[in-house]
Design a protein around this ligand. Structure first.
Ligand code: FES
Ligand SMILES: [Fe+2]
Length: 404
């Protein structure tokens, strides 16, 4: 649980940010971020191979497959993956691919099965992926069925949240997340309940919109009548962590401010002052941004769909509200959040047009936008220095500012 020393550390950080008249002494000026990192097909192919195919990515909440036999199909990296709740209570992930000739195991987005039966020639598998039976076994005289289980995908949990990773050699999720589980613990990930999800297509490279959620420099202009009224970006403190993760805490303008959208909703008692009186936003690298609150948690997810197409997906979770229906204010709360989301997305398509233009020389970031540069530094580390085309590489400058 976040302790008092941690709370004091961040409060001191906010006080420092309010009072400073310039970036800290010696803080580097960022080199330009080349526009080609948002458009170049070769670079985007590297990003797909080394980032999206090898990252821990959020896939679903246990409430979406609560019972043994419940499954959901997840296809965000382009390869269909089925998540299934096993008879032993473990949620596993498999490629949705029969070991015979590759037909799909499931064809609907979600459902319930006792086991998987391939519809092509009837091979059957257990919920744990074991190949149980095949038709006309006499015609596979030398087959060793134990060598043909469903192909597993790494699948691990932070509380009720389920993540997958297509890299079989990835480090365990909780190790990879570093300090994130410590900060997330106060909102009790194992107690959260699923509320709602919705996706919004936007015609831009996925990074154009991700960038917008890594800084609060834009509050005074595009959120003037919304977020800027209750958050004060001048006190925003940022913690950069290894592996691209980060935390940004923006203070409420007034200590007694209360989110009107959350009025009457259950609060998480274990939430610290940091969460109850400020707006802490965690980045689970690469694509999950969550501004946690003690009354509800939105996961803002950024999914690539093509070089200049993406989807932004918002999933909402609530503290356990016990028996009975969801609080009636949730509908208005989600609609209000959607309005803010549209403020954020309004320039994305035009920014994409700009970065594709030969007139665009690169992005000029300031101190407040350092999470964006940190994000890109990590991308180059994942791709590997030797693989990044030199004209699209960025010079790492933030290492001294990453908390170990
Ligand atoms: S492809 Fe599945 S049984 Fe033939
Ligand atoms: Fe915003």
């Amino acid at each position: 649980m976040v302790d008092q020393a941690t709370v004091d550390f961040h409060k001191e950080g906010m006080r420092y940010e309010f009072e400073r008249t310039a970036p800290p002494d010696g803080f580097p000026t960022f080199p330009l971020i080349p526009g080609g990192r948002y458009t170049d097909p070769q670079f985007l192919a590297l990003e797909h191979q080394y980032l999206w195919k090898k990252s821990w990515l959020y896939a679903g909440h246990i409430d979406e497959l609560p019972m043994p036999g419940d499954f959901m199909l997840w296809q965000r990296t382009g390869t269909p993956i089925v998540l299934v709740h096993g008879k032993d209570g473990v949620v596993r992930a498999f490629y949705n691919t029969c070991r015979h000739r590759g037909a799909p195991l499931v064809q609907t987005d979600c459902g319930h099965v006792e086991g998987f039966v391939c519809k092509y020639h009837g091979w059957t598998y257990g919920l744990d992926g074991t190949l149980l039976n095949l038709r006309d076994k006499r015609d596979f005289p030398s087959i060793d069925m134990t060598t043909l289980p469903l192909l597993p995908v790494r699948c691990e949990r932070l509380g009720n949240w389920i993540f997958v990773n297509e890299d079989p050699n990835a480090e365990p999720l909780l190790t990879h997340l570093g300090k994130i589980p410590y900060y997330a613990e106060e909102i009790q990930p194992a107690q959260t309940r699923f509320v709602h999800k919705k996706s919004y297509p936007v015609k831009c490279n996925v990074k154009v919109l991700l960038d917008a959620f890594l800084e609060v420099y834009h509050l005074k202009s595009i959120h003037q009548s919304t977020v800027d009224r209750f958050l004060d970006h001048r006190g925003t403190t940022i913690n950069l962590w290894p592996k691209g993760h980060s935390l940004m805490i923006t203070p409420n303008r007034r200590a007694d401010w209360e989110d009107p959208g959350a009025r009457g909703m259950r609060r998480i008692e274990t939430a610290s002052e940091l969460t109850a009186k400020n707006n802490p936003s965690l980045l689970f690298y690469p694509n999950l941004v969550t501004p946690i609150a003690d009354s509800g948690i939105p996961f803002i997810l950024f999914w690539p769909k093509g070089p200049r197409d993406m989807e932004i997906e918002v999933q909402w979770f609530s503290p356990d509200w016990g028996s009975g229906p969801l609080h009636p204010n949730w509908e208005a709360r989600i609609a209000n959040f959607e309005r803010i989301l549209f403020e954020d997305t309004q320039f994305a398509e035009q920014i994409q047009v700009s970065v594709e233009s030969s007139a665009f020389h690169g992005m000029t970031l300031n101190y407040q936008e350092r999470r964006i540069y940190h994000w890109h530094e990590e991308l180059d580390r994942r791709i590997g220095k030797a693989n990044v085309p030199p004209h699209l590489a960025i010079t790492p400058v933030l290492e001294p500012y990453v908390a170990k």
